[in-house]
Design a protein around this ligand. Structure first.
Ligand SMILES: N[C@@H](CCC(=O)N[C@@H](CS)C(=O)NCC(=O)O)C(=O)O
Length: 214
């Protein structure tokens, strides 16, 4: 979303590394998680929030960081809540989606952290059209995918979508989905989720792995 909003799509090339599909991404990036940015000098930069901050530093005239020290702190805080409390715990809970193999205590531990993060978000989020201030910032770019996961993935763990228990976050979520950049990545995420659920993703991965082995 940040790449679209900063209009730097010509400078950033997206590809899904076959090493990730083969479970071998850690050969290149020890964290073994995507995204990973390969910079111009061939360095490896993992962690979406670090990549996002790097892009802001690389293109200061287009940076989505907020205008005052207070706004900048609020952007970092909201982005951090979305990344650490919402996204990371939801990602870690993906192994608990299958009811037959689910360990309720693991699911409950992770969802408790999501609930904690959502409570903090409800306090700190702005009441305008954007998460912080009157303009789109990196906070929106981190929050939109995190709220998508809250809405679409958390219920698959037999836990209520945590946005439903909020007022400010729920109002924000309704508004931000109409933003052109948010709508674009939500469409991509919806298509990705559909591909995962209907088996297309698995087929694509198997084909890519078979091609890499030949
Ligand atoms: N904190 C990381 C989380 C990234 C993450 O978990 N990505 C998932 C993609 S769906 C992943 O790589 N999962 C593989 C794994 O956890 O082994 C970030 O924001 O970059």
């Amino acid at each position: 979303m940040q790449v679209y909003a900063m209009e730097i799509t010509d400078d950033v090339k997206f590809e899904l590394p076959v090493s990730f599909l083969m479970g071998k991404l850690s050969d290149i990036s020890p964290l073994g998680r995507i995204p990973v940015l390969v910079t111009e000098d061939d360095s490896i930069l993992p962690e979406s929030e670090v990549i996002a901050e790097y892009l802001d530093d690389l293109y200061p005239a287009k940076a989505l960081v907020g205008n005052t020290p207070e706004e900048r702190a609020a952007v970092r805080l909201i982005s951090r809540i979305a990344d650490i409390y919402l996204m990371n715990n939801i990602f870690l809970s993906l192994g608990q989606l299958n009811r037959k193999t689910r360990v309720d205590a693991i699911r409950d531990l992770l969802m408790g952290q999501v609930k904690r993060g959502m409570g903090a978000l409800e306090l700190h989020i702005g009441t305008g059209n954007f998460a912080v201030g009157d303009n789109l910032t990196r906070a929106d770019c981190t929050l939109v995918p995190a709220l998508f996961m809250c809405e679409k993935t958390v219920p698959r763990l037999d836990v209520e979508n945590p946005i439903l228990g909020t007022d400010k976050v729920a109002a924000y979520w309704e508004k931000i989905q109409k933003n052109e950049h948010a709508a674009k990545i939500l469409d991509e995420m919806n298509r990705g989720l559909q591909a995962r659920l209907d088996g297309t993703e698995r087929k694509m991965a198997e084909e890519a792995i078979a091609k890499a082995k030949n």
